[in-house]
Design a protein around this ligand. Sequence first.
Ligand code: SF4
Ligand code: SF4
Length: 92
Amino acid sequence: MEIKFVESESSNKLYRLVVNETWCKGCKICVDMCPTKTLAMVEAPDRWEGSIVKVVAMDACTGCGVCEAECPDFAIVVHAPEKKKAAAGGAA
Ligand code: SF4
Ligand code: SF4
């Protein structure tokens, strides 16, 4: 099966979200957990769940990583400067 990725970037270029729409099962956990309402569920009649996550307010995203951490299906990846620093060993 072809995997469909949808990327969104904040206008200040700091934050990027990559949603794997093939893996998203429409559970809405990320939408409920996102503190900034960056994400929303939209109707997707072609999906068995009937809905899928979409990035609706990318400039509200703070790169906190909650959506990535809470998604049970590994369907969201957050790219943010803080994460890069952490991956490099936490050096400021
Ligand atoms: S938590 Fe994951 S599977 Fe659930 S709606 Fe969000 S992206 Fe889709
Ligand atoms: S990284 Fe944080 S602010 Fe951005 S969409 Fe995910 S939960 Fe919301």
